[in-house]
Design a protein around this ligand. Sequence first.
Ligand SMILES: [Zn+2]
Length: 242
Amino acid sequence: MLNSIAVDRRSLIAGATVLGVAIAAGPLQAQEKPMIDARTALIVVDVQNDFCPGGNLAVTKGDEVVAVINALGKRFETIILTQDWHPAGHSSFASSHPGKKPFELIQMPYGPQVLWPDHCIQGSKGAEFRADLDLPRAQTIVRKGYRPEIDSYSGFVEADRKTPTGLGGYLKERGVTRAVVVGLATDFCVNWTAQDAAKAGLETRVVEEACRAIDLNGSLAKAWADMAALGIKRIKAADLPG
Ligand SMILES: [Zn+2]
């Protein structure tokens, strides 16, 4: 796990360079004072070009989450970003499986896996965060899905359900006890990240208007039901304190 954390920190530095204006700029003194304390983390899942209209795995109206998340970001002191970050030829891509098409289901050594169009390839434009994502207080970028043989919807644990990204330990060391999860897509990476946040012992909420879904064969309704079963609250931004 220590290695994972070390990698994440290096990735953060590299990511911050790529992000440029979106993350690094903005005088802090000009911002509003955060209203939600540092023990509550805003976890912003995969707000990347490929998951927005025009991207390789576009989520319908995915771009509409950006303004909502930017506004939320002014209220949080602790902000974490996840970034889907695949090597070319990743095992979750349909193109890596001859005869298979995107959105088909296959069995991987770790269980069922939806096959996706090629997306969020390391260093590509599609893998970059949306240029209009404006979260100058974001502190950590957790990259995921970088192992060729394992997908990772969750920001906490990869799809083999065994390999930690290091985020759980990072939040624990920082004394974070609550998570507010937002981003793309509701029924996949937001869902899995929120579920793992709850399993890590965090009091977890998902802000519904700050997410958009893929909704593949009923996956959205199932995601909300599975999250509710774990005690995850589905809320509106207006339900947050402050
Ligand atoms: Zn992916």
